[in-house]
Design a protein around this ligand. Structure first.
Ligand code: ADP
Length: 446
């Protein structure tokens, strides 16, 4: 208020000065007092004019963009201008801070792996992040203010949006038809709704795989169990001769072995899924890994197949047990599916990229091309009865595939009906070395 006293004083002095000047000018006439009044009037008019002009400058600044400084003036108008500028600048700073916060918040939602979409009371899209747009097949900018039911027409979604109870989520096909999107609707504000979308394709697939797996395991176990229960029943209710008893016991032992193999393979798979990746600094001569495989193979074939093993001069890095189990499963299959007299050949080939191919060839029945992509799926069998007859569990190749992938490699299968098959376990270059003192082999192209 420091401007108030000087301003009043100045105004009074100005009025008095101009009034005195008016009276002095007309001092010699009878209008001397009117001169003083006129002078005072002129002074007041001048003060009003100056005030209006200063007020106009401030008003102009206030109604503009305020991107230049407020007009600099003295006294009352100067104080008013400075205060107005301070208020305006503070409001600008507040708005900028709120905009930054909003921007950060929106960036956070934008980075979310889930979709977020806001609907107004008229079901028009107010805002959505890119993920929601992708999930629902929308354009995050062009489709703003559009009614969502005009754009997402899946009947399940429309019914869910109009339902009163939104506790459950709804699932609709992803745009393009491959995949599944889950949508949760949450009401807020005055009739507005928040939609949270999530791509549940992988989760659904995993759930289905798990359900199928449990169903398959149950089925695989139930069959031998039913057979065993039947034999137990037979043995306890029927008087059997010694020969019959021995035959039944033999069949019971066979079913028990089948269950043991199944449980063994299931545990092997579980171990492969749970354990850490095989080390890259533990080296094993391949010939040593192969020796155990070879011994088991010769036992299984019992001389029925001519066999050839060439493990080369390599050492491989990883888990010896896993590699033995992987290669062993391939050789085991080759023996089980190749009729007596058919040949089995194991060989190694170095690829140009430094990786190693461990190939298991057989001259067995071969596999039709349509089965090849699914062969390494759990419990997938081309010939179920042949597999079970020979003690197969349907899990062998999925174990091999896991072993290969855990070592950074892959399982390749080529086969021709009536001519035989070739199963190749490929190990990457980082896990392959030539055995010390051995000549490196000629690399071959893949
Ligand atoms: P299984 O225990 O039934 O042998 P695998 O996972 O090892 O299960 O193999 C899956 C299926 O692939 C087998 O059921 C069989 O039909 C086919 N298969 C595997 N290896 C061979 C092979 N060497 N020759 C012909 N078919 C094979």
């Amino acid at each position: 208020m420091f401007w108030l006293a000087p301003r009043v004083l100045l105004a009074l002095l100005s009025v008095m000065a101009v009034a005195t000047a008016g009276a002095w000018l007309l001092a010699d006439s009878a209008w001397a007092s009117w001169g003083a009044v006129g002078g005072a009037g002129v002074a007041v008019a001048l003060i009003c004019l100056i005030d209006s002009w200063r007020g106009l400058r401030l008003l102009r600044w206030l109604s503009g963009h305020q991107d230049v400084d407020a007009p600099v003036m003295a006294g009352f108008w100067g104080e008013l201008s400075a205060r107005a500028e301070r208020v305006v600048r503070k409001r600008e700073r507040d708005i900028r801070r709120e905009q930054d916060q909003l921007q950060q918040f929106l960036s956070g939602i934008e980075a979310s792996p889930n979709g977020v979409l806001m609907l107004d009371a008229g079901e028009q899209i107010e805002w959505c992040n890119q993920m929601a747009a992708d999930h629902l097949g929308l354009d995050a900018h062009r489709d703003l203010r559009q009614r969502i039911t005009n754009l997402v027409r899946a009947p399940a979604f429309v019914a869910h949006l109009h339902a009163r109870n939104h506790e459950q989520s709804v699932q609709i096909p992803a745009p393009g038809g491959t995949g599944l999107i889950s949508i949760v609707v949450r009401p807020y504000g005055e009739g507005q709704r928040l939609l949270l979308t999530q791509d549940v394709t992988a989760r659904e697939r995993a759930d289905k795989t798990r359900r199928d797996f449990v169903a398959n395991v149950s089925h695989e176990i139930r069959t031998p169990l039913t057979v065993l229960a039947g034999f137990v029943e037979t043995m306890s209710s029927l008087p059997l001769t010694e020969v019959e008893r021995q035959r039944v016991l033999g069949l019971m032992a066979q079913q028990t072995r089948r269950m043991q193999s199944l449980v063994g393979d299931l545990l092997a798979l579980a171990r492969l899924e749970d354990s850490p990746k095989p080390p890259t600094d533990q080296w094993w001569p391949l010939v040593r890994v192969g020796a155990a495989v070879e011994a088991e193979a010769r036992g299984l074939s019992a001389g029925r197949h001519p066999m050839e093993f060439d493990w080369g001069h390599w050492q491989v890095a990883g888990s010896e047990v896993e590699l033995q189990s992987g290669i062993g499963n391939l050789v085991n299959n080759a023996i089980r599916y190749t009729p007596e007299g058919g040949t089995i050949r194991v060989s190694t080939v170095l690829r140009v990229d430094g990786g190693l191919e461990i190939r298991v060839n057989d001259s067995g029945p071969g596999i039709a091309p349509e089965h090849l992509p699914r062969l390494a799926e759990r419990f997938y069998r081309v010939d179920g009865s042949r597999s079970r007859e020979t003690g197969g569990t349907g899990l062998g190749l999925s174990i091999v595939k896991h072993v290969a992938q855990r070592h950074g490699g892959e399982l390749r299968i080529s086969s021709e009906l009536g001519r035989g098959s070739c199963f190749t376990l490929v190990l990457p270059a980082v896990r392959v070395q030539t055995l010390p003192q051995a000549q490196p082999a000629e690399p071959v192209s893949s």
